[in-house]
Design a protein around this ligand. Structure first.
Ligand SMILES: O=C(O)CCC(=O)C(=O)O
Ligand SMILES: [Fe+2]
Length: 345
């Protein structure tokens, strides 16, 4: 994604969380401790029993309908899914010096480290990230594609190809559910932009004091989130002002609606605000694919979904590249990124 001028950004020391727990397993440094009202422990367990996350079986799909869903029978080769998990794990388990060959510089979003940090006093997430632009090839930074594990690049390319097909397919279903022709998104997106972020959340001795990943919505059109096989619960979505845990289901992928689909559908599909929490005993690994229109594309609510009388236009028109730049140059803060596009009455 569009890089920022990095010279002016001072972020202070960003401790590597995996190293931190090796040296001080019982201590959570101040910079990771969240204010009482934003801590990871604030969850209503009640709600998820009443409102389970919808599961879409792609082999019988008729109606995608909410902003955060699981998909099963997604048609992906299990090998591809297993393989990326294996290489991602191997990557995070390598010595720090090896991973630091691919540094995520302040103000950028690709590489190993922590993204979305813009000041020395900003709180840090209990997470190590490794993020890469994947498609079109022009957004790749070859210096950040690791030579170890040896199969990493090949595995990521194979996986991303499958994810691309899945996202295209999901967008056709969303189009159909809105009464649009099924190619509507695809035709508008041009050469879609695709990026991957691998998030590694080590165990934390005081999980209630920290956050694995700050609350945010994704700037993408769609996001596909894969949780490692032995994953404990970590992802939470904000529903009716309550954080609801998304319990991992074997072989299911989590699909998030991103900001771009919210704008294009004039709010019919809403991007989901979500965050990740950590766990006292176990680490957690997620592999997250972001699928979005080409940076050149002009985005605005689709004409078919706007009606001056009954459904007035809620978002202005903008260039997707500008939105991506706006997204990556601000810290993660709930759905605040969408203020960029909202028409305020
Ligand atoms: O790891 C998770 O559960 C959430 C990851 C996520 O939301 C992201 O990478 O944008
Ligand atoms: Fe996300």
């Amino acid at each position: 994604m569009a890089p920022l001028p990095i010279s002016s950004i001072r972020v202070g020391k960003i401790e590597d969380v995996q190293e931190l727990i090796k040296s001080k397993p019982n201590k959570v440094p101040e910079r990771f401790i969240r204010a009482a009202n934003e801590r990871g422990g604030l969850v209503s367990l009640k709600t998820h029993f009443h409102q389970p996350i919808p599961v879409i079986d792609l082999s019988e799909l008729s109606k995608p309908h909410t902003n955060d869903d699981f998909v099963i029978n997604h048609g992906l080769e299990v090998d591809v899914v297993d393989d990326i998990e294996k290489v991602a794990k191997e990557f995070f388990e390598m010595p720090l010096e090896e991973k630091q060959k691919y540094p995520l510089e302040p103000g950028t979003v690709q590489g190993y480290g922590q993204a979305f940090i813009f000041s020395e006093d900003q709180k840090l997430d209990w997470c190590n990230m490794f993020a890469l632009g994947v498609h079109p090839p022009s957004i790749r930074n070859p210096k950040l594609w690791p030579s170890k594990p040896a199969r990493f690049s090949e595995s990521l390319k194979g996986y991303s190809k499958e994810m691309r097909k899945l996202c295209k397919r999901l967008l056709t279903y969303i189009a159909i559910s809105l009464g649009l022709k099924k190619e509507r998104f695809e035709e508008m997106f041009g050469e879609a932009v695709q990026a991957v972020r691998m998030n590694y959340y080590p165990p934390c001795s005081s999980p209630d004091l920290v956050l694995g990943l700050s609350p945010h919505s994704d700037g993408s059109a769609l996001t596909v989130l894969q949780q490692s096989k032995d994953s404990c619960v970590g992802l939470q979505i904000l529903k009716d002002n309550t954080w609801v845990p998304v319990l991992p289901l074997p072989n299911a992928l989590v699909i998030n609606i991103g900001d771009t689909v919210e704008v294009l559908t004039n709010g019919k599909y809403k991007s989901v605000e979500h965050r990740a929490v950590t766990n006292r005993e176990r680490e957690r690994l997620t592999i997250v694919t972001f699928y979005a229109p080409n940076y050149e594309v002009e985005i605005e609510p689709m004409g078919e979904l706007v009606d001056d009388e009954t459904n007035p236009c809620k978002y202005r028109s903008y260039n997707h590249g500008d939105y991506s730049y706006h997204y990556v140059s601000n810290k993660l803060q709930g759905k605040k990124s969408l203020d960029f596009a909202k028409i305020l009455n």
